[in-house]
Design a protein around this ligand. Sequence first.
Ligand code: S3P
Length: 172
Amino acid sequence: MNKNIALIGFMGTGKSRVGRELSKLLGMDFIETDSLIVERTGKSIVEIFKEAGEKEFRRLESEVVKEVSNVKNSVISCGGGVVLNSSNVESLRKGSVLFLLTASSEVILERITRDGESRPLLNVQDRMKKIDSLMEFRKPFYLKAADHVINTTNLELEQVINNILELLREEV
Ligand code: S3P
């Protein structure tokens, strides 16, 4: 594979799980933009949002995205807000095929609830309402950035991966 695979999409759409498995299967490295930010700052995503705010988080995120645009042979799982900045998308496009993972709001809520309190943006009373409003705003950004779209709502991990592999075969 001469291009990286970048996974984009809303929180809870399975980017990390899918990315990790896919990288193993293809013998590629696995990179998570969020993990790189945590590594660099020595702080959790929750702490960064709390102490420095979303704007600073987005700045760190853009820095990391710029760096990963130079990597090779990698599956890159991107934080859900990466697509909001067009230069992030441009950086990613240079070396990666962009797969958008989607899921229904219900499934997203279920998966996110399972993950606990790790998403500061969804640390609100009415999570469903927040998911819906964020999604409505972001949808055009996601669709514009994506080379391929996979709706994971009714798919098992293995099926998502098989879909990606099939689409990759068409790429080469
Ligand atoms: C965010 C998604 C999170 C993380 C941060 C902000 C977003 O990543 O980057 O909490 O704005 O959608 P995941 O999509 O991996 O949950």
